[in-house]
Every structure is written in structure tokens, then in C-alpha cells.
Design a binder for this molecule. Structure first.
Ligand code: PGA
Length: 268
């Protein structure tokens, strides 16, 4: 896994926004995998600025979100449908019909999962999958001990995740227990997986993902199998990594085309 460490969340968000911008620039019909939660918010703000400034366009982009709660109406403020509209879609030029989020209110949830996989396949697959990581090592809503080759399906959240996400609801009992999430197998099929993590509270999960064994106890560790996975971390999320000096050394010796910090037209 490629590991990029920066001093603060702002610089991390800039790197991820740059990578997204490059995909939009380089692909005729980019397909983005998108994440929710607090982690990507800064990055979405940067993409909105770039789009408003006319430096990138989402007109030909198709997007697939990782997950959605089961049973929350799409206009519920904590649904990921509402999140994506508020944080990104309402502010950029992506055609609304090109955006895909699992329907947690589908009459037949199992059929919805199969259709979601089919829609991803029909676009030719995801070019860049943006991910966050849960404090328990989940990606999407793939909780520990689930299959490392799972496909989009209905999952039950762990009590740890219910506690983590309670901050967005009135209390923990309001957090839906069921979700639809892309599976680990679905995520691993993206051309490039880019996982962003910031803050001390992510440091144990980050250490397990990058330097621990590949195990369903830390679903994000499955990214070690991926041919192109990049972790973008702030110093707090990276604080438990044992090989920090090695990651810095590798980055310092990147060839120009591999580098993330060269001034480019997407930087402010
Ligand atoms: P967070 O969630 O960005 O709100 O920390 C990440 C996740 O649970 O995947």
C-alpha cells in the first residue's frame, strides 16, 4: 500500500481532491466511488471550489456511493442521500441521473443489492474509489468478521459503529441497525482505492490496516491485496505506524509522475 502522510487534514484533503481532479481530467467518462462521513467533507469542499472556478467538470462523471442506511427516507437529514446532496451534488455540475446511492427503502432490498452491482458493472467499473475508515477498521459498512470477498449486500452494524454514528442522531437508539453496503469484493475491483483518515481516533485502525495481518478483524486490511491502494493520513492518524520513516523515504523518491505534491493546475 502506498502511504502518504501530511501535517494536517487540510493538506490531506487537497491531495485527495487533486487525485479526483486528475481522474476527471484524464478519463472520458470517469466513474467515481464516493464515501460519506465527516472525513471526506473537506475534500468535497475543495472539489466544489474547483468546479465553481471552472477548473474541473463532473458533466461526464458517474458516481456510486458506498452505502446507505436501511429504512431512513432519502430526505432524512442523516440519510446518505441527503448528505451527498448537501455536501456535494447540489453544488457541482454532475447530472443527477448519473449519481447512484443504494436505495435503503427498496421494496426488495436483496434485488436492490444485485441491481447496484449490475449498474457498477455496466459502467465498466469504478476508476477511483474514495474511502474512509471506521475506528473498528470498517470500510463502507463492512464490519469486522464479515467476508473479505463480499458483494453489495444488507449488513448489520456493530455496536461500536452505532456508538460512533450516534453523534449524528438524537441518540444511539435512533441509528438504523441495518445498512446496504458495497462489499469488500466490490471495493477491491475499483482501479484505484484511495483511503483518507485523519485524527488520533483512527490511529489503531490505520495501523492494523497498513501494517497488521490481512484479517477480517480489520476489513480495511483487505486493501493490502489491492494492486493500487493509497492511504492519505494526517500525522495523528499515522502516529502508531512503525514504518513512518520508510513511507516518507518512498515518497521522497517518487518519480515526478508518481508525486502528489507537485504544483499543478488544481492547486489553489
Ligand atoms: P467518519 O467515518 O469519516 O465519520 O469518521 C468514516 C467511516 O466510518 O467509514
Amino acid at each position: 500500500m502506498e502511504v502518504i502522510i501530511r501535517d494536517n487534514p487540510e493538506d490531506c484533503a487537497q491531495i485527495v481532491a487533486n487525485v479526483v481532479a486528475r481522474y476527471l481530467d484524464n478519463k472520458d467518462k470517469p466513474v467515481l466511488g464516493l464515501a460519506t462521513g465527516s472525513t471526506p467533507e473537506r475534500m468535497y469542499k475543495k472539489l466544489i471550489e474547483l468546479n465553481r472556478a471552472g477548473r474541473i467538470s463532473f458533466k461526464k462523471t458517474t458516481s456510486f456511493n458506498l452505502d446507505e442506511y436501511v429504512g431512513l427516507p432519502p430526505d432524512h437529514p442523516q440519510s446518505y442521500h441527503a448528505y451527498m446532496k448537501e455536501k456535494l451534488f447540489d453544488h457541482i455540475d454532475i447530472p443527477f441521473g448519473n449519481t447512484n446511492i443504494p436505495d435503503g427503502n427498496a421494496a426488495d432490498l436483496r434485488e436492490e443489492c444485485l441491481q447496484y452491482e449490475k449498474r457498477i458493472r455496466e459502467t465498466g467499473g469504478i476508476d477511483l474509489q474514495v474511502l474512509g475508515i471506521g475506528s473498528n477498521g470498517h470500510i463502507g459498512f463492512n464490519e469486522p468478521i464479515g467476508s473479505l470477498s463480499s458483494r453489495t449486500w444488507i449488513k448489520i452494524l456493530t455496536r461500536n459503529t452505532l456508538r460512533d454514528n450516534a453523534r449524528f442522531f438524537e441518540d444511539e437508539s435512533q441509528v438504523p441497525r441495518h445498512v446496504i453496503t458495497m462489499g469488500i469484493g466490490t471495493i477491491l475491483e475499483a482501479e484505484h482505492c484511495l483511503i483518507l483518515a485523519c485524527g488520533h481516533h483512527k490511529s489503531e485502525a490505520v495501523q492494523a490496516m497498513i501494517e497488521g495481518p490481512i484479517t477480517s478483524q480489520c476489513p480495511a486490511s483487505a486493501l493490502q491485496f489491492h494492486k493500487r491502494a493509497t492511504a492519505v493520513l494526517d500525522v495523528d492518524a499515522a502516529c502508531l505506524l512503525r514504518l513512518k520513516e520508510h513511507y516518507r523515504w518512498v515518497e521522497e523518491n517518487h518519480l515526478d509522475w508518481q508525486r502528489y505534491d507537485l504544483p499543478n493546475r488544481f492547486e489553489k
